[in-house]
Design a binder for this molecule. Structure first.
Ligand code: FAD
Ligand code: MLT
Ligand code: ZN
Length: 472
C-alpha cells in the first residue's frame, strides 16, 4: 500500500520532490532543539497549492497522516513525525513566492514557505514595515508563524501573527482548497475560519498562502539598555514608557543577570554594556515617524524621569545602528547560549503584569528549595507579560539524566504557579507534542472538549498532524 501511495505521490509531484532516502529526509525528521526525532514514509516538497490538495487527497484515501513543516524552528515538536514511519512530512519550503504587494491596501500576499526575513526585507524595499520579528527569522516561514501564531519582539506595538493576518488560503483535511485571501479589514460573514486555522499547528488544515498587513516604515528607531533592580520597578518603567511614548514604544524586553552571564560564557563578544551586571537589563526600542530629534529627545526625557523616580540605575543609548543591533543580538543569543549549554526545560508562559512579581518570587523560592542550585534562565517579552522561564540543571549536573528524573515535577510546579497567578502555559510557542498533557490539564474541560469537537468535525480521519495539540 505504501509503495502504491509513493508511486501516486511521484506522479503528482515528480520524483525529485518525493524524498525517501535517509540522507535526504534526515534534516526534516529532528526538531531544532534535537528533542524529538521521528521517521517518515517520505518527505514531500509540493510547489503549489493544487499539489498540496492532491497530496492530501491521495493520503486521505489510504489513511496516511500528514505532518506539515515550515522552517522546522518550532520549540514544541509540532513539525516532527512520529516513529511509525507511516506518516509523511509535507514541507512548504518550495512554496516561497511573494505573489503581490498591494500598496493602497497596505498588504502583502505570500506563499506559506516564504522565509520571514525575506518578507521583512521585501517589505522594506517597497517602503513598508512587516513587523513580525523573532530570533529564528532567518529560517522560520510565514506558514509556520501562522500555524503557531508566533509572537516575538514587536507584539507590544503590532500584536502577534494573528493580528497581522487578514486572509488565508488553506487546504482542508479533505483536500479542498479554501480561498480566504480577500485581505479585508472588516468581514463579519459568520464564523471566523481564518482565526480557527491560525495557531492550530497543522492539525486543522495546511496553510498555503496568506494576506498579511504592512505598516509605514518608521523614520527613526532608538534603542536603549536600562538597568533595573527588581520586577516592580521594571513594570513601573514599562508603564512610564507606555504613558509618555504611547504607540512609539515598539519593544520592551527583559534579560536577567543569569541569562546574560550564560550568554557571555558562550559568546564572550556579547558583554553587557551596563555596569556591574545588574539584576535586570531591559532592552527598550522606540520607533518614530516624525524625526530623529523628536524620538531621541523623548527617549532622553523619559530616562531622566525614570532616574528621578529611582526606578532605573543606569542606561546606555545605542549611538548608531550597529550598537543597536549589538543590543538586539545580545537578547536573541540567549536561546543559542542555552542550546550550547545543553538540554534545558522551556516554559513559555504569560502572566498578567500585576501578578508577575508574585509569580517569580514564589516560583524561584519553590524551585530553589526543591532543586538546590537549579539555574533559572529567565528572560522574555516583558511588555506582553511573556516570560521564558527556562530551567537548566545545577552547574556540573548532566542535563539529560537530570531532566529524565525531574522534568515532569518541574513542569507541574511551575504550571501550578502559572495557574494560581491567572497565566497561560503557552504564550507564543504553542503546544505541539511537548505540552499535550499539560494542555488537557490547564485548558479546562469545557474548552478542551470544544477543541476536540472542532478537530473531529474538520478532520474526521485524524490525518492532519495527529497527536499534536490534542491526543485523539
Ligand atoms: P515549524 O517549526 O516548521 O512548524 C511549527 C508548527 O506549525 C508545526 O506544528 C507544523 O506542523 C505547523 N506548520 C508549519 N507550517 C505549516 C503550514 N504551512 N500549515 C499548517 N501548519 C504548519 N517563537 C515565537 O513565537 N517567538 C519568538 O521570539 C521565538 N524565538 C525563537 C528563537 C529561536 C532561535 C528559535 C529557534 C525559535 C524561536 N521561536 C520563537 C519558535 C519558532 O521560530 C516559531 O514557533 C515559528 O513560528 C515556527 O515557524 P517554522 O516555519 O519554523 O514552523
Ligand atoms: C525568544 O524569545 O528568544 C524565544 O522565544 C525564547 C526561548 O528560547 O525560550
Ligand atoms: Zn520569545
Amino acid at each position: 500500500m505504501s509503495q502504491q501511495l509513493l508511486a501516486e505521490l511521484e506522479l503528482i509531484l515528480g520524483k525529485s520532490s518525493v524524498l525517501t532516502s535517509e540522507n535526504e529526509t534526515a534534516p526534516y525528521l529532528t526538531d531544532w532543539r534535537k528533542r524529538y526525532s521521528g521517521k517518515a514514509l517520505a518527505v514531500l516538497l509540493p510547489g503549489n497549492t493544487e499539489e498540496v490538495a492532491a497530496i492530501v487527497k491521495a493520503c486521505a484515501k489510504v489513511h496516511i497522516a500528514i505532518v506539515p513543516q515550515g522552517g522546522n524552528t518550532g520549540f514544541c515538536g509540532g513539525a516532527t513525525p512520529d516513529n511509525s514511519g507511516q506518516q509523511v512530512v509535507l514541507s512548504l519550503k518550495r512554496m516561497n513566492q511573494i505573489r503581490a504587494i498591494d500598496v493602497s491596501n497596505q498588504t502583502i500576499l505570500l506563499e506559506a514557505g516564504c522565509i520571514l526575513q525575506v518578507v521583512q526585507e521585501q517589505a522594506v524595499s517597497e517602503g513598508f514595515l512587516f513587523p513580525l520579528s523573532l530570533g529564528a527569522e532567518g529560517s522560520c516561514m510565514i506558514g509556520g508563524n501562522l500555524a503557531t501564531n508566533a509572537g516575538g519582539t514587536n507584539v507590544l506595538r503590532y500584536g502577534n501573527t494573528r493580528d497581522l493576518c487578514l486572509g488565508l488560503e488553506v487546504v482542508t483535511a479533505q483536500g479542498e482548497i479554501w480561498d480566504g485571501l480577500k485581505g479585508l479589514r472588516k468581514d463579519n460573514t459568520g464564523y471566523d475560519l481564518r482565526d480557527l486555522f491560525i495557531g492550530s499547528e497543522g492539525t486543522l488544515g495546511i496553510i498555503t498562502a496568506a494576506v498579511m498587513k504592512l505598516y509605514p516604515l518608521p523614520i527613526s528607531q532608538w534603542t536603549t539598555l536600562v538597568a533595573t533592580e527588581d520586577i516592580p520597578s521594571t513594570i513601573t518603567l514599562l508603564n512610564l514608557f507606555q504613558k509618555r511614548a504611547t504607540s512609539l514604544l515598539t519593544g520592551f524586553e527583559m534579560m536577567t543577570q543569569e541569562s546574560l552571564a550564560l550568554n557571555e560564557k558562550h559568546f564572550p563578544q556579547m558583554a553587557n554594556p551596563l555596569k556591574n551586571h545588574p539584576p535586570f537589563s531591559i532592552l527598550i526600542e522606540l520607533s518614530d515617524h516624525e524625526s530623529e530629534e523628536h524620538v531621541r529627545q523623548l527617549l532622553e526625557s523619559i530616562l531622566e524621569e525614570a532616574l528621578e523616580m529611582g526606578i532605573i540605575n543606569d542606561a546606555v543609548i545605542a549611538s548608531n545602528l550597529s550598537q543597536a543591533n549589538a543590543f538586539w543580538h545580545m537578547r536573541e543569543h540567549i536561546t543559542l547560549a542555552q542550546a550550547a549549554e545543553g538540554a534545558n526545560l522551556k516554559h513559555d508562559i504569560t502572566i498578567p503584569l500585576s501578578a508577575l512579581d508574585r509569580f517569580i518570587q514564589t516560583t524561584d523560592r519553590l524551585m530553589q528549595k526543591q532543586y538546590p542550585g537549579i539555574r533559572i534562565i529567565n528572560f522574555g517579552h516583558l511588555g506582553d507579560g511573556n516570560l521564558h522561564y527556562n530551567i537548566a540543571p545545577p552547574e556540573g549536573v548532566d542535563p539529560i539524566s537530570f531532566n529524565a528524573t525531574n522534568e515532569k515535577p518541574i513542569h507541574e510546579l511551575i504550571y501550578a504557579q502559572v495557574e494560581s497567578c491567572g497565566g497561560s502555559i503557552s504564550a507564543e510557542h504553542g503546544v505541539g507534542q511537548l505540552k499535550l498533557g499539560e494542555l488537557r490539564a490547564h485548558k479546562g474541560p469545557v474548552a478542551h472538549e470544544l477543541m476536540k469537537t472542532l478537530k473531529r468535525a474538520l478532520d474526521p480521519q485524524n490525518i492532519l498532524n495527529p497527536h499534536k495539540v490534542l491526543s485523539i
